[in-house]
Ligand binder design. Structure first.
Ligand code: CA
Length: 502
């Protein structure tokens, strides 16, 4: 009875909040730009305090928008993080959502199975596009790159797509536009494998090290596969010579594709999921940015990312989408890494740079630096500028935008996505109560419960409990002093991840 009364009470509060919110719901913006940087750390841009890398466009966004200090990806690596963003659910609910090889099958549910962020935005009347890095698989297995590819972003809610199939450091190094490899010469078919099989005539870091650019040399065997554009990659590829990208042009190529998409929408509602390749490895900045930062090429590609953002902000204005009718969400798919597979001097050039500051850890880890990412929202006239400490997760974007657009979400879709429209609009600093984060490295899960952070024991590491309000850098493990709190969070984390298929 007591529980029922409590539920009723909570229900009344929720209803009254919902009513208050509904009264004040803004008209949905005409343009939505979801700008996803890659491996960009919390402290990698000037907007979050890094004086060494001035990013005027990210700063402009922060000045006119709301900067979040406790927003997260679900995972500290790419594929599962993006899976969660687009499906609104934790990646552990599905097998095969780890870091994908470049020839993996599509892991997102097609539109007949579940809603995605793309299908929801289509339902709300937006013309949708996915441009840039994808890394969520294509096709249904045994992909033939020389034929039309399906399923592709078209089957998961994107009217237009111009994507890199996986990552900059994985083959095939080609763009795929609407399910077809761009500039493919049928006389020079593409073959790709991740089985370690070298093709006749293929040049790898082992066989032809003299072909490598100084910053394109691998630091491990995984990255020592096919050499393309002076950089060795993960995996093996042959053919497709005319279709190969130039790494120094990737930012321009995808930004130009996005500008074309924006202009082509003719002022009608658009949703653009734009994913930079920056600042992921291999880092090979265009000549315009090379040597322009004091942090070597890792800093240079950060400037390049900022340039892409500025170009898209300008493109929207020029195409008739004023800032007051444009919602921009700027974020990163996971925390930062300095050196990640190439001998690109990053360790030397960034010796004094702390890309996740003030958080501990970074990409691959369960500490805050792994998933606490830059997150800025801008919608002048609707979102009041400032900063917000609300605990948010990228996978909440789906249900939050659906609420903004007045959409019903089909049962079974977006099951872990929470509506935090009041927080997104800056009307509330109250958002998530708890969040499970996941890492590439074991132990796989951590739990945020308010300002408490719990990481289970693993191998020789004891369980860890931190109070982030007083210990943001996760330096003082309180688990030995607070065994009851540790036990409570351990049990809660086990409950929340009980459905894990991993
Ligand atoms: Ca990433």
């Amino acid at each position: 009875m007591r529980i029922r009364i409590l539920n009723l009470f909570c229900g009344l509060i929720l209803c009254s909040n919902a009513a208050a919110l509904n009264e004040a719901l803004p008209t949905p913006p005409r343009a939505i730009l979801l700008f996803m940087a890659d491996d960009l750390g919390y402290h990698d841009t000037s907007a979050y305090g890094c004086e060494k890398v001035p990013c005027p466009n990210v700063e402009r966004l922060a000045d006119q928008g709301l900067l979040f200090t406790d927003a997260h990806s679900t995972n500290s690596v790419c594929t599962p993080s993006r899976y969660s963003l687009l499906t609104g659910q934790y990646a552990w609910r599905q097998r095969g959502t780890g870091i994908l090889p470049g020839d993996a099958a599509l892991i997102l549910p097609t539109r007949d199975k579940a809603a995605t962020l793309g299908t929801l935005m289509q339902q709300a009347g937006y013309r949708t596009a996915a441009i840039g890095k994808w890394h969520l698989g294509l096709g249904s297995g045994n992909i033939d790159w020389n034929q039309p590819i399906a399923p592709s972003p078209a089957e998961v809610g994107f009217d237009y797509s111009f994507i890199m199939a996986a990552t900059g450091d994985r083959v095939p190094c080609v763009y795929v536009e609407n399910g077809q490899v761009c500039k493919l010469d049928p006389q020079d078919p593409i073959r790709v494998n991740y089985r370690g099989q070298t093709y006749p005539g293929e040049k790898t870091a082992t066989s032809h090290p003299e072909l490598l650019k100084p910053w394109g040399r691998p630091s491990n065997n995984q990255h020592a596969g096919t050499i393309i554009d002076g950089i060795s990659r993960i995996g093996h590829m042959s053919g497709g010579t005319a279709a190969l990208w130039k790494d120094q042009d990737i930012a321009d190529d995808i930004t130009t594709a996005a500008e074309r998409f924006i202009a082509g929408c003719g002022g009608k509602p658009l949703f653009l999921y734009f994913c930079t390749n920056d600042i992921h490895v291999p880092r090979d900045p265009h000549a315009r940015f090379r040597g322009k930062s004091p942090l070597g090429i890792r800093g240079d590609v950060t400037l390049q990312m900022d340039d892409s953002l500025g170009r898209l902000m300008t493109a929207l204005e020029t195409a008739g989408y004023p800032a007051t009718e444009t919602l921009i969400i700027f974020t990163s798919d996971n925390g930062p890494v300095i050196s990640d597979g190439y001998l690109d001097r990053a360790r030397i050039d960034c010796a004094d740079h702390k890309p996740a500051h003030p958080w501990r850890g970074g990409k691959y880890t369960l500490y805050e630096g792994g998933t606490r990412v830059p997150f800025i929202v801008s919608w002048p006239g609707t979102i009041q500028p400032g900063t917000s400490p609300a605990l948010l997760c990228q996978m909440d974007i789906g249900r939050t935008l659906a609420t903004l657009c007045g959409l019903e979400i089909p049962a079974g879709s977006m099951r872990d996505s929470e509506n935090h429209l009041p927080a997104l609009l800056g009307r509330s600093q109250d958002a998530r109560r708890e969040l499970v984060t996941q890492a590439f490295e074991a132990p796989r899960y951590a739990l945020r419960s308010g300002q408490s952070k719990y990481i289970p024991a693993f191998r020789k590491q004891p369980e860890q409990l931190y109070h982030l309000a007083t210990d943001p850098a996760e330096q003082h493990n309180l688990a030995p002093q607070q065994p009851e709190e540790a036990a409570r969070l351990r049990t809660r984390l086990q409950q929340l991840t009980a459905d894990s298929v991993h």
